[in-house]
Design a protein around this ligand. Structure first.
Ligand code: PLP
Length: 360
């Protein structure tokens, strides 16, 4: 067996101990004589898996009792429609556009009502987070929307926007469980799990109970109504059962690691190794305003396309894979999620130093 250091933005690296555990349980989960993949989602064994996953997530994030946790399909992208369909009572929502994902959510919401772009960082290729202390929030806005960590551009809101009392909705796909958050500051906090938690194919939606109504916009499908899934404990139809199971294992791994305070410490330590090198390098440059840097996704460039391509190729030969930047940005991007060990980042920086010397 030979494992690489996988810097993919998603689907992404998972903790090795979790992979080993699920492999061990593949043929016979907990004396059921079958894999979780083969199990009825109505069975007692699966009910225990989903209940425990929710309980552990609630504990990790300190989720208040007046929030529901939903395990849904359709990825984060489906939420771009599901959120306006369920929340746009006044048919008005304000968007802070800090990257492709926020932009997609903003564009999708336009199908259902008036979506206002109240701030953007597109003027400088999304390389910073705009000042959100005093934005022109619409008086009748149903919510204010952000993408909290911008996977493609490598920026992160270090402070939540001042929504002037309006509900805040946040896509946290690429920073989910990377550090503690105060859930009570959000109306909805949601993310696709394939970035920082588990396998692809699921989104976790944490939603304040009063937003779960049986009056979404007319024509909203049953499957896209939050109440359908909230009332059924995420078991209205067959969920992505195997994904819930693996995510549950990752929640236990996070608890054993010391929880989100400890993950924050580790993530800061890992990111510092990389950013310190980028700040001192003569060849490589970070592309993001320093104060807005993400702990999870670190884009960088040499300034020369051919040299970038050479770096990505030679790094892969050293077992440092998926370092190519997003197709819309170019250059490189190292995603250093929770499950990326510190040694992976150290190896990357050592290779970057060597590459810099050889290509000076
Ligand atoms: C990857 C990503 C998405 C899209 O996720 P899907 O599950 O593929 O729909 C949305 N938002 C952010 C921040 C992402 O990183």
């Amino acid at each position: 067996m030979s494992r690489v250091y996988n810097f993919s933005a998603g689907p992404a690296v998972l903790p090795e101990s979790v992979l080993e555990e699920v492999a061990k349980e593949m043929m016979d989960y907990n004396n059921t004589g079958m894999s979780v993949m083969e199990m009825s989602h109505r069975s007692a064994a699966f009910q225990q898996i989903i209940d425990e996953a929710e309980k552990d997530l609630r504990e990790l994030m300190n989720i208040p009792d007046n929030y529901k946790v939903l395990f849904l399909q359709g990825g984060a992208s489906q939420q771009f429609a599901m959120i306006p369909m369920n929340l746009m009572k006044n048919k008005v929502a304000d968007f802070i556009v800090t990257g492709q994902w926020a932009k997609k959510a903003y564009q999708e919401a336009q199908k259902y009502g008036q979506a206002n772009k109240i701030a953007s960082s597109e003027d400088k290729t999304f390389s910073y987070i705009p000042d959100c202390s005093d934005l022109p929030i619409s008086p009748d806005a149903d919510y204010v929307y952000i993408c909290e960590n911008n996977t493609i551009y490598g920026t992160k809101f270090k402070e939540l926007p001042n929504t002037k009392g309006k509900d805040l909705v946040a896509d946290v796909s690429s920073c989910f469980l990377s550090e503690p958050v105060d859930v009570s500051k959000y109306a909805i906090i949601y993310g696709g799990v394939q970035k920082n938690i588990g396998p692809a194919g699921m989104v976790i939606v944490i939603i304040r109970e009063d937003l779960i109504t049986d009056t979404p916009l007319p024509g909203t499908p049953t499957m896209l109504t939050y109440k359908t899934h909230a009332d059924a404990g995420s078991l209205y139809n067959t969920p992505n059962a195997y994904c819930i199971y693996v995510c549950g294992k990752v929640f236990k791994w996070l608890k054993a690691m010391g929880g989100l305070e400890e993950m924050k410490r580790r993530n800061e330590e890992k990111a510092k190794i990389l950013y310190d090198f980028l700040d001192s390098s003569k060849l490589f440059k970070g592309t993001v305003v320093a104060k807005d840097r993400s702990l999870m996704n670190v884009p960088f460039v040499t300034g020369d396309k051919d040299l970038d391509a050479k770096f990505v190729k030679e790094a892969a030969a050293e077992g440092l894979v998926n370092l190519k930047g997003h197709r819309t940005v170019g250059g490189m991007r190292a995603s250093i999620y929770n499950a990326m060990p510190k040694e992976g980042v150290e190896k990357l920086v050592a290779f970057m130093k060597k590459f810099e010397e050889e290509n000076a």
